[in-house]
Design a protein around this ligand. Structure first.
Ligand code: AKB
Length: 312
């Protein structure tokens, strides 16, 4: 049985990952940690700052964990507004977490992102191994992070694993500071006000994925046979390639009066344009069996059902 420490456990991925892992491995075997505690947090939890190497180490040691899932990070748009802070948190936190994994011999997971790609990357069916020259601080952090995780595997034998997440869509915890956040906001606004003004322009395609698929991918990758992993730290995974109007069309099947308008934010639009339109996930499928269950239609139905239940 695994014993897992999750950093960034109060964030968008972390809060749902902790719940899923507790169902899978038992509540007492999953220790959430974050700089702030969620009010509805129910299981074992530690308040820690990942830039404090000692407290991260002491927490992992105290709970005798065998795995660390390191999620604490600033997302792309937020990182662009405070790039020096983003470097300190995203790289400093990652380095501290990798050191804990090395010293205590832990299995290690951290997510990379489609943000690791840049304007010179092929935009369609972006290959697993391709040119990566990101133009954002977040992207620089993600590429450096992928390389650092590879380095810890080759140099120290740490069992590091990871995926490149697309924009993640969920009805539980809202994202904050990302470029793809519009794809969550659009559902909440559709249900509340039957309209949404998108800060991303029409015809701007990005990869997206529904949270249950993103969480299953972590469990599947972490349980995969190590010998079969060639790429280890940066598997492309995606299930949906969509622009704002694609979400609108799906929403209108359930809420016909829904209206989409645009008021483009140049910062986030620039970031979106530097990312791929659709990435190729075939290496993840071949090496550890990645397969998403939700397309945009199935996800939209579920989002609308679940948010309506929550808000009524
Ligand atoms: C963001 O928009 O910054 C994130 C991501 C794609 O990594 N959702």
């Amino acid at each position: 049985m695994k014993k897992i420490l999750v950093t960034g456990a109060s964030g968008q991925i972390g809060s749902e990952l902790v719940t899923t892992l507790r169902k899978h491995y038992g509540a007492s075997n999953v220790i959430g940690s974050d700089i702030r505690k969620r009010e509805d947090e129910e299981g074992p939890f530690e308040t820690i700052d990942v830039t404090n190497a000692e407290s991260l180490f002491e927490t992992a040691k105290k709970h005798n964990v065998d795995t660390i899932m390191h999620l604490a990070a600033l997302l792309s748009a937020k990182a662009e507004s405070i790039p020096q802070t983003a470097w300190n948190l995203n790289m400093g936190g990652l380095m501290n977490a990798l050191e804990v994994a090395r010293e205590l011999n832990l299995q290690f997971f951290t997510p990379s992102s489609i943000g690791a790609f840049g304007p010179l990357t092929p935009k369609l069916r972006t290959p697993q191994d391709t040119i990566m020259r990101p133009t954002t601080m977040y992207g620089v952090n993600k590429v450096a992070g992928e390389l650092l995780c590879d380095y810890y595997f080759h140099r120290f034998g740490v069992d590091t694993r990871g995926v490149r997440y697309p924009g993640l869509i969920s009805y539980e915890t809202p994202p904050g500071g990302g470029t793809t956040d519009y794809a969550v906001e659009i559902y909440y606004e559709a249900i509340k006000n039957k309209k949404y003004t998108s800060y991303i322009a029409e015809n701007t395609y990005m990869d997206m994925m529904y949270m249950p698929d993103a969480l299953n991918a972590i469990i599947q990758l972490m349980e995969a046979d190590s010998d079969k992993l060639v790429h280890r730290n940066a598997f492309n995974i995606s299930s949906i390639s969509a622009a704002p109007e694609d979400f609108a069309k799906e929403i209108q099947k359930h809420i016909p009066e829904f209206e989409l308008t645009y008021d483009v934010d140049p910062v986030r639009q620039n970031i979106a344009e530097s990312w791929p339109d659709s990435i190729d996930s075939s290496n993840a499928a071949e090496e550890w069996g990645f397969k998403a269950e939700y397309d945009i239609a199935r996800m939209t139905k579920d989002m609308i059902d679940k948010i309506s239940l929550k808000t009524n």
